[in-house]
Design a protein around this ligand. Structure first.
Ligand SMILES: *Cc1c(COP(=O)(O)O)cnc(C)c1O
Length: 460
């Protein structure tokens, strides 16, 4: 089918997530037809380097036969069975054992979901149920962060701190509150990053004091914010958060949906950032996106209390789906046997970091930061003043993203921040192409916005 026909049918019948439907219909969607390694091919045969791993998920890269084989074999053997009603099956048992072994500390128990959103919905109910079972039924409030992302269901979208999402459909649900994010470049003002990081963490303590320790169940955060713009907190932030959660008996939920499975150079972002969570949310890289699956990894203490408290009235038809579990197992085997996580830490991330940081000399770049295989470029008309553009946030970022696509590089924009999270298996020559194209994209963006009069700074 020619691209124009695919686009017309798509516009007629397919409603896209997080998309202005009318604008897309006018322009025509990009149709991706195949992928191999880090390379996408569209319906016109154009090739693009996918520096976003799909949606932060294709950690092992595209085209791995082993996962296709694992899915086909499992579909033939047992395509579906549920895990309700005291039943189980070999793939879910094997995956649970494997995850318990890979996870840090005593996170030895797995509750499955079909996605990261569902897993975070589980977490909301789980921590509230846990505290009730422990004799603290008033410990119900969950503290999260502005501009955090935890999914798009009503529960997980409420945990998230995305104002544009809350504006539609009646979110957040009750008893979820948000504190500020540790985004020094944009919000740190005159303070040093370290002073700002500590101050952001202490907002948690102030919020707990305001609400009353007896009412706060948990704090949830991504080790590094992904969808919020790859925001890497100052070093002072996480140790202070950990101290506060421990001091006030508040459970710590680390949302590892992006940071998990090697993205930051360890198996989990918690290990890179020195966090000891009570619960971790996982999805995306768990199956490298080859099949939908998410889960909560749960500590001994919480699992024992919940197991001893009668029925937990919660679950999804596809909790522990056998095909997804088989695919996840094959994915974890590749990550382990090919030493991919170690390679990120010792080789790929340092190489990427060096090249990425060098983009900071570009006139349009306010900061160029990365951790493991995720990075951000803050676009600004005024590097020294850390000032935003006069145009609506995202105007310049969108232009930059469009130029990036035209240049054969898939980057994403969050406002006027450009972000990447390439497959962990990207080679050095491919990273050179990524970096080369990113610089070309910045040059062309600067030319374009200068021509369009968009290089102005917003008045303070
Ligand atoms: C993507 C994401 C989610 C939601 O996962 P879905 O599978 O899209 O439901 C949750 N948390 C984080 C940190 C994410 O990046």
């Amino acid at each position: 089918m020619p691209t124009s026909e695919l686009q017309a049918l798509d516009a007629a019948h397919h409603m896209h997530p997080f998309t202005d439907g009318a604008a897309l219909a006018a322009k025509g969607t990009r149709v991706i037809t195949r992928a191999e390694g880090v390379w996408l091919t569209d319906s016109d045969g154009a090739q693009m380097l996918d520096a976003m791993s799909g949606l932060w998920c294709v950690n092992i890269g595209y085209g791995r036969e082993e996962l296709a084989e694992a899915a086909a074999a499992q579909m033939r053997q047992l395509p579906f069975y549920n895990t309700f009603f005291q039943t189980s099956h070999p793939p879910v048992i094997a995956l649970s054992e494997r995850l318990a072994r890979l996870a840090p500390g005593d996170l030895n128990h797995v509750f499955y979901a079909g996605s990261g959103s569902e897993a975070n919905d589980t977490n909301i109910r789980l921590v509230r149920h846990y505290w009730a079972a422990m004799g603290h039924p008033d410990k119900q409030i969950i503290i999260a962060r502005k501009n955090g992302y935890h999914g798009s269901s009503v529960g997980s979208g409420s945990l998230g701190g995305m104002a544009a999402m809350h504006a539609q459909g009646g979110m957040p649900i009750p008893d979820i509150v948000h504190i500020n994010q540790p985004y020094w470049w944009g919000e740190g003002g005159d303070r040093s990053p370290e002073a700002f990081g500590s101050a952001c963490a202490r907002e948690l303590e102030a919020k707990i004091a305001e609400l009353g320790e007896g009412r706060v169940a948990a704090f949830i955060a991504e080790p590094i914010q992904g969808a919020g713009g790859v925001i890497i907190p100052p070093d002072s932030y996480w140790p202070e958060i950990a101290r506060i959660c421990a001091a006030h008996d508040v459970l710590l939920i680390s949302d590892e949906v992006i940071c998990g499975f090697g993205r930051t150079g360890n198996w989990f972002g918690s290990q890179t950032l020195g966090i000891t969570p009570d619960i971790m949310t996982i999805a995306k890289g768990l199956s490298s996106g080859y099949a939908p699956i998410g889960a909560s990894l749960i500590s001994d203490r919480i699992a024992e209390a919940v197991n001893d408290a009668g029925d937990f009235n919660h679950g999804y038809t596809y909790s522990g789906h056998p095909v997804s579990c088989a695919v996840a197992l094959a994915n974890l085997t590749i990550l382990e046997e090919e030493g991919i996580v170690d390679a990120v830490r010792t080789d790929k991330a340092p190489y990427l970091a060096q090249g990425w940081a060098a983009l900071a000399d570009h006139p349009l770049v306010g900061e160029a930061v990365s951790c493991g295989m995720m990075g951000a470029l803050q676009l600004t008309p005024d590097k020294a003043g850390r000032a935003p553009f006069a145009s609506d946030p995202g105007t310049v970022g969108y232009i930059c993203r469009e130029i990036s696509f035209e240049t054969g590089l898939v980057m994403r924009h969050v406002g006027d921040r450009m972000i990447i999270a390439p497959p962990l298996v990207i080679s050095r020559p491919e990273m050179d192409i990524l970096l080369d194209r990113a610089r070309t994209v910045l040059d062309q963006t600067l030319d374009r916005i200068r021509a369009e009069g968009l290089l102005a700074t917003r008045a303070a």
